[in-house]
Design a protein around this ligand. Structure first.
Ligand code: PBG
Length: 303
């Protein structure tokens, strides 16, 4: 039930701890495999990999995303080779780490001269990316860019290439959230501005239910609500209506707040970690993506 998001970065000689996420690292190849071993030993059965390219490898389309030698595809291949089917390898399927503008899709200029993300021009790039990730060894791809039609497009491309068994975890109700703040450091994001034209409005519940319905109709094997704790009402509503498993993502800002308060001696970190995860579970999550996965699994398995 616990999925560990992890970061693999190019250009490092040693793992680099993310300042605002104590205990979370940008990994080198060696430290990544060590950390996956630790997670598996603790009882975590799925990891979600993000790639952090050097700036020189970023471009307008994010083309390293489908290069077999791109940072994320190398990480997927290394983890799959090391672990086979002992644990599930999930890939983040989004361009934002790979584009020089930091957006999740192709940026064009609309008829008023305003820079906008072009939904439909982005879909073929997601298709290439998902296929490259499946080739590298991902068991699950997870489109997180909130483009309309991304699940159907990726499903069709995977099937066409013979990857019928690669599953899709759809970020369905992903809000334009300030709780993603520390993640921007974690992936060395180049983003200026925000993602409000393609992520959900925090005030809107109804639209998220529609997004979930669409993703299920397009072939999502799991749907996700993100962030988790501030959106438990959304999670419960989605869990009530979804015929497929529902995941929730306890995001970087949620993790950072717990760690910061714990480090100040203001809360008991471990107790708050467990209580937050139990709350997310109680609200209806089947899977929880959390930077606490290894620690929480270890604690659960020690009784
Ligand atoms: C973008 C992506 C983001 C996160 C996961 N995938 C950031 C964003 O949408 O701005 C956030 C994860 C976190 O905050 O822990 N592909």
């Amino acid at each position: 039930d616990l999925i560990l998001p992890m970061f693999f970065a190019d250009g490092l000689t040693e793992p680099r701890e993310i300042t605002s996420m104590p205990g979370v690292y940008q990994h080198t190849g060696d430290s990544l495999l060590r950390a996956v071993h630790e997670a598996l030993d603790a009882g975590v059965r799925c990891v979600d990999l993000f790639g952090v390219p050097v700036d020189a490898d970023k471009d307008a389309d994010g083309s390293q995303a489908w290069n077999p030698e791109g940072v994320l595809n190398r990480a997927l291949a290394a983890v799959r080779e090391e672990f086979g089917d002992d644990l599930l390898v999930m890939a983040d399927t989004c361009l934002d780490e790979f584009t020089d503008h930091g957006h999740c899709g192709v940026v064009t200029t609309d008829r008023h001269g305003v820079a906008v993300v072009d939904n439909d021009a982005t879909l073929p790039l997601y298709q290439q990316m998902a296929v490259a990730q499946a080739r590298a060894g991902a068991h699950i791809v997870s489109p997180s860019g909130m483009m309309d039609g991304q699940v159907a497009a990726i499903r069709a491309a995977l099937d066409e290439e013979g990857f019928q068994d690669v599953a899709i975890m759809a970020y369905s109700a992903k809000y334009a959230s300030a709780f993603f703040g520390p993640f921007r450091e974690a992936v060395g994001s180049s983003l200026q501005g925000d993602r409000r034209t393609y992520q959900q409005d925090p005030a809107n519940l109804r639209e998220s239910l529609l997004e979930v319905e669409l993703d299920i109709a397009e072939g999502a094997d799991f749907v996700m609500v993100k962030p988790a704790l501030p959106y438990l009402d959304v999670l419960t509503r989605v869990a009530e209506m979804s015929p497929v498993p529902v995941a929730a993502y306890q995001v970087s800002g949620e993790y950072a707040m717990i760690q910061a308060a714990g480090r100040n001696g203001w809360v008991d970190t471990e107790a708050v970690m467990m209580e937050s995860l139990i709350s997310i579970k109680r609200a209806g999550a089947n899977q929880i993506l959390t930077y606490f996965a290894t620690e929480a699994a270890r604690k659960l398995n020690n009784g």
